[in-house]
Write a protein that binds this ligand. Structure first.
Ligand SMILES: NC(=O)c1ccc[n+]([C@@H]2O[C@H](COP(=O)([O-])OP(=O)(O)OC[C@H]3O[C@@H](n4cnc5c(N)ncnc54)[C@H](OP(=O)(O)O)[C@@H]3O)[C@@H](O)[C@H]2O)c1
Length: 315
């Protein structure tokens, strides 16, 4: 049995990784950093703040969903016991304002990876996979991207057997990106859009999950950072128009001038679960596209958005 702790694994990407690992019993390759016989399955521990959120994963025999506060060092230490690898996935899009990043980003993207590094080292769990974000950098325009860079650094400094993933925006059934635009198109006569010219290179959730699962089995991925992108670049305007059209509600997309977009985002921050923040607008100032063009590691071919999205956007 290969024991994997998946922190932040109950969400959109985590669920895809759980299913991907569940499909892969006994496929350990030579040089696999995990212990145990090659024929064993993965046994995944999934801590969550809300067990009901993970109902869809409870049925999987190799996934163990546990109520846990992963910010508590003692809980984290307990969760690490007996694990062979940890996958760190916790991420938020709204972490408040502040320099170099808001308090929410500091706690979730920086302090949590620091705690994971400490707990992993103490428990002797050397193998760590961490999902960051494309264009994470100390001098990035947003707190989201700066805090993601700081979280990566915290794990790198710990001297673990680390692999980092930096996806562009991720699409797939259950995403909160194209699905949100398709839903809004049903009720909105047109789209007043902030960051309409922002560039993205969306990558399919199952391609990201496969890259993570592959990496778990490949010793040569240790020490590497992988950018993950799909085959094509789009503007946000194109993606919104596409999601609206495919869902059966074609809409006119009107790009907002920066000052109005800023005001709109500021107003949305006042609404609980508002769809946009000023920090999101800052993130979009840097193109979320892969420098290496279409990028997936280990010789995988990225899936085209237009092949997958109609199946879940069509209403
Ligand atoms: N989705 C994308 O387009 C995209 C693009 C680039 C990078 N990423 C990165 O990929 C990772 C996974 O993203 P996702 O889309 O799967 O996110 P998601 O669906 O929102 O899931 C987030 C997960 O993190 C946990 N979580 C959230 N806030 C937490 C907190 N304050 N404390 C503890 N746990 C918390 C949630 O667990 P519970 O609620 O069960 O406790 C959930 O399992 C994130 O690091 C994200 O930044 C995502």
């Amino acid at each position: 049995m290969k024991n994997v702790l998946l922190i932040g694994g109950t969400g959109f990407l985590g669920s895809a990784i759980v299913h991907e690992l569940a499909r892969r019993p006994g496929r350990c390759l030579p040089g696999n950093p995990l212990r145990g016989p090659a024929s064993a399955e993965f046994c995944i521990t999934l801590p969550t703040r809300r067990r009901e959120r993970a109902k869809h994963l409870l049925v999987l025999p190799t996934a163990n969903v546990v109520d846990a506060d992963v910010h508590d060092p003692a809980t984290l230490a307990r969760l690490m016991t007996g694990q062979d690898a940890v996958i760190s996935l916790v991420g938020i899009l709204k972490g408040g304002e502040g320099q170099p990043y808001g308090k929410g980003f500091a706690r979730t993207h920086v302090e949590l990876p620091q705690k994971i590094a400490v707990a992993a080292k103490a428990a002797g769990v050397r193998r760590v996979l961490h999902v960051s974000a494309l264009k994470a950098a100390n001098d990035a325009p947003s707190g989201y991207l700066r805090s993601k860079a700081a979280g990566e650094a915290a794990l790198r400094d710990a001297g673990l057997d680390l692999t980092i993933f930096r996806p562009s925006v991720i699409f797939g059934r259950g995403d909160s990106f194209l699905t949100l635009f398709a839903r809004l198109a049903k009720i909105a006569p047109f789209f007043p859009l902030a960051g309409a010219d922002a560039r993205f290179q969306p990558v399919w959730v199952e391609d990201v999950a496969a890259a993570v699962a592959d990496s778990l089995l490949r010793a040569e991925s240790i020490g590497n950072t992988y950018e993950l992108c799909g085959p094509r670049q789009y503007s946000l305007r194109e993606l919104v128009a596409y999601a609206a059209a495919v869902s059966g509600h074609p809409r006119w997309v009107m790009g907002l001038p920066e000052a109005i977009a800023w005001l709109q985002a500021w107003a949305m921050e006042l609404i609980p679960n508002g769809p946009m923040t000023r920090d999101n607008i800052r993130s979009m100032r840097v193109a979320s596209v892969c420098d290496a063009g279409c990028a997936l590691p280990f010789g995988r071919k990225a899936t085209t958005l237009e092949v997958v999205a109609p199946a879940y956007l069509h209403s």
